[in-house]
Design a protein around this ligand. Structure first.
Ligand code: ATP
Ligand code: MG
Ligand code: MG
Length: 354
C-alpha cells in the first residue's frame, strides 16, 4: 500500500504512526524543517498533525501533493476568525465574539461583550498561549500588536469543559467517541475523563454539532470539538481538525483509538464504531520529568514523547482504563508525589470519577 505522510513530527504524528503499525500501513511523520526531497509517490496520502504551518521546503512539497486530505479546510480552521465564521454560518452556539480590527477599542469590547473579554490570536495559539484578557475593572486596553491579529470573545462562566472527538469517512459516515470531561489549568489541558454517564444526555447534541461541521466542510478524518457546558447547552470553544489531546484516553479505553480511526479515514479504509471498554482517565505530563516508577503502578500506561522538559511543555501523558473504580482511585493516590498543580489535577480526577 501507499505511504501516509504526516505534516509534522511531534507526538501526534508519532502516535498516528504507532496506531497504523498493526494495520501494516506505512506512516511517515515529516519534520517541517527538513530540507530533504521527500520521495512522495503519486498514490501516497498526506495528512497533518497540526492545523497551521509555515511555508518551508517540506510543507511546500507536501501541500503540492494532490492527495493531501482536507488541504483546503486547514486554513479555514487554523484562523480563529474564519473558524468562528463557520460556526456562526452553521448556526452553532459559540462564545459571542468580534474580530479585533485596527479601529477596535476596549470600550467597544466591554460594551458588546461584557466586563471580561478574552482576546485570542487568530493564528498559532495553543495551550492557552496567545490569549490576552481585557478587564474593564482594570481598564485594560487593546495593545496595538493585537489589532488585526486577534478575535475578542466574551468570558464564559461555564460549568465545565467537555469535548467530543469524531471521525468522518470519505463516504460521509461518521462515528463519535463519548463526551470527555476536561480540566484546564491556566489554559492548558491537565486531565480528562470519559465516558461519564451524567454527560450521556448531551451526546446526541454534541454529535449533531460536530457532525454538521464535518459534513459542511466535507471533512475526512478525526476532528475534535472543545465545548463549554453551560447547564444543558454546549457552546463551541474551538475546533481542531486533527487528532486531539482530549482523545488520548481512547488509546486505553476504546477498541479503535482516535489515531487508528484517523488513519483509517484518510486511507479510505472501513470505519466502525469503537467499543468503549471501561472508565478511562488521562493525565497530561506537563513540564515534569519521566518517572519510570510509574510503570510499577497497576493499570497505568505511559506515553513519553522524548521531548526536552521545559516548564509548561507537554512531554507525555498517562492513561488508565478500568472497570474497577477503586483501581483508578488507587492510581491517583500513587501519583500523589507529582508536583503542583498535579495535586489539583489528581483531586479533580478523583472527585469526578463516578
Ligand atoms: P488548545 O491547547 O486547546 O488548542 P488554545 O490555546 O487554542 O488551547 P482555547 O482552547 O481557545 O486556547 O482556550 C484555552 C482555555 O482557556 C480553554 O480551555 C478555557 O479553559 C479557557 N477559555 C477559552 N476561551 C474562554 C472564554 N471565552 N471564556 C472563559 N474561558 C475561556
Ligand atoms: Mg487550540
Ligand atoms: Mg483549546
Amino acid at each position: 500500500m501507499s505511504s501516509i505522510w504526516v505534516l509534522g513530527a511531534g507526538q501526534l504524528g508519532a502516535m498516528l504512526k504507532q496506531a497504523a503499525n498493526p494495520l501494516g500501513l506505512d506512516v511517515k511523520p515529516v519534520d517541517i524543517e527538513t530540507d530533504e526531497v521527500l520521495p512522495l509517490q503519486a498514490d501516497d496520502i498526506v495528512t497533518a498533525e497540526r492545523e497551521d504551518w509555515p511555508e518551508t521546503a517540506a510543507t511546500k512539497q507536501l501541500a503540492a501533493h494532490p492527495n493531501f486530505v482536507n488541504l483546503n479546510t486547514f486554513p479555514q480552521l487554523a484562523d480563529r476568525l474564519t473558524q468562528k465564521q463557520w460556526i456562526d454560518k452553521l448556526e452553532l452556539a459559540t462564545a459571542p465574539w468580534f474580530p479585533v480590527e485596527a479601529d477596535s477599542t476596549a470600550t467597544k469590547a466591554y460594551e458588546t461583550l461584557g466586563e471580561r473579554v478574552l482576546m485570542k490570536r487568530r493564528r498559532g495559539g495553543y495551550d492557552g498561549k496567545g490569549q490576552y484578557w481585557l478587564k474593564q475593572a482594570e481598564a485594560t486596553e487593546i495593545p496595538d500588536d493585537w489589532k488585526g491579529f486577534a478575535i475578542a470573545e466574551q468570558a464564559i462562566n461555564f460549568d465545565e469543559e467537555v469535548s467530543v472527538v469524531g471521525v468522518r469517512g470519505k463516504n460521509g459516515e461518521k462515528y463519535f467517541y463519548p463526551l470527555t470531561l476536561n480540566l484546564h489549568i491556566n489554559g492548558i489541558l491537565y486531565a480528562s475523563i470519559s465516558p461519564l454517564q451524567r454527560l450521556e444526555h448531551l451526546q446526541p447534541k454534541a454529535e449533531a454539532m460536530l457532525g454538521k461541521l464535518m459534513d459542511a466542510l466535507d471533512y475526512v478524518g478525526v476532528m475534535a470539538m472543545e465545548c463549554f457546558r453551560c447547564g444543558d447547552d454546549l457552546l463551541i470553544n474551538e475546533l481542531a481538525p486533527r487528532v486531539h489531546n482530549s482523545g488520548h484516553w481512547t488509546q486505553a479505553g476504546a477498541s479503535v483509538d482516535q489515531f487508528e480511526n484517523h488513519i483509517r479515514a484518510v486511507a479510505g479504509l472501513p470505519l466502525a464504531p469503537a467499543e468503549i471498554k471501561n472508565q478511562s482517565m488521562m493525565v497530561n505530563l506537563i513540564g515534569v520529568d519521566v518517572d519510570y516508577n510509574w510503570l510499577a503502578i497497576k493499570g497505568l500506561e505511559l506515553y513519553w514523547y522524548k521531548k526536552e522538559v521545559r516548564p509548561g511543555r507537554k512531554v507525555g501523558h498517562l492513561n488508565a482504563c478500568s472497570g474497577n473504580l477503586e483501581e483508578l482511585q488507587t492510581i491517583l493516590k500513587e501519583l500523589k508525589t507529582m508536583p503542583a498543580p498535579y495535586d489539583e489535577a489528581l483531586a479533580w480526577l478523583s472527585q469526578h470519577l463516578p
